[in-house]
Ligand binder design. Structure first.
Ligand SMILES: [Fe+2]
Ligand SMILES: [Fe+2]
Length: 192
């Protein structure tokens, strides 16, 4: 059985994967053909599959996904502004993907984690590794067109926005996130 906080967090992951899928789906439809269109279409398909995995995972644990009002990505756009070109899209995505993989990785190490949740996290993390790779390579290519300095400056700008959004999320939802990630550890090791 899922606790209220766990259901909230898994629903948060599900909503976030759906937003990612919609974002990349729209781009994959409008971008000109070439290697970026190719990889972005696969990226879109992966994020859709991840949303399905979370839906399935919540269902297997006997619950129904919660409807959440605002997802993480909306706050990124609010903090950093809408990306103006493909290089900016890739830069914001790289920063976001790093945040996702680190969150999933911390979660997958929580003690006493339900195997259904752990398996879902591991399946998704495999795909997320490729997301980071193709975007890193595509950004590297973009240095020819936009210059290395501008690409790096753009990544730094989105990293700042990421830190801002993450600390905002933690101040709003930190207690429940920490409870899930560290509660079982406290049970094993005693209170800190
Ligand atoms: Fe994903
Ligand atoms: Fe991803």
């Amino acid at each position: 059985m899922l606790s209220e906080n766990e259901l909230w967090l898994l629903s948060f992951y599900r909503s976030s994967e759906i937003s990612g899928a919609l974002f990349f789906g729209k781009l994959a439809q409008s971008i000109k053909s070439g290697p970026i269109q190719h990889d972005m279409t696969k990226h879109f398909a992966d994020e859709s599959t991840h949303a399905w995995y979370w839906t399935q995972c919540i269902d297997r644990l006997g619950a129904k996904p919660l409807k959440l009002r605002q997802v993480y990505q909306d706050q990124y756009i609010a903090a950093a502004g809408m990306p103006a070109n493909i290089m900016e899209v890739l830069a914001i995505t790289q920063v976001f993907e790093l945040r996702v993989i680190s969150q999933y990785s911390v979660h997958s190490q929580a003690q006493g984690l339900d195997p259904v949740i752990r398996d879902t996290l591991h399946r998704i993390m495999e795909d997320e590794k490729w997301h980071i790779e193709w975007i890193r390579d595509a950004l590297h290519e973009m240095e020819n067109q936009h210059g290395k300095d501008l690409v790096e400056k753009t990544i730094r700008k989105f990293k700042e926005a990421d830190r801002e959004v993450y600390s905002h999320t933690m101040s709003e939802h930190g207690e429940r996130i920490k409870e899930i990630l560290y509660a079982n550890e406290r049970l094993v090791n005693g209170p800190k």
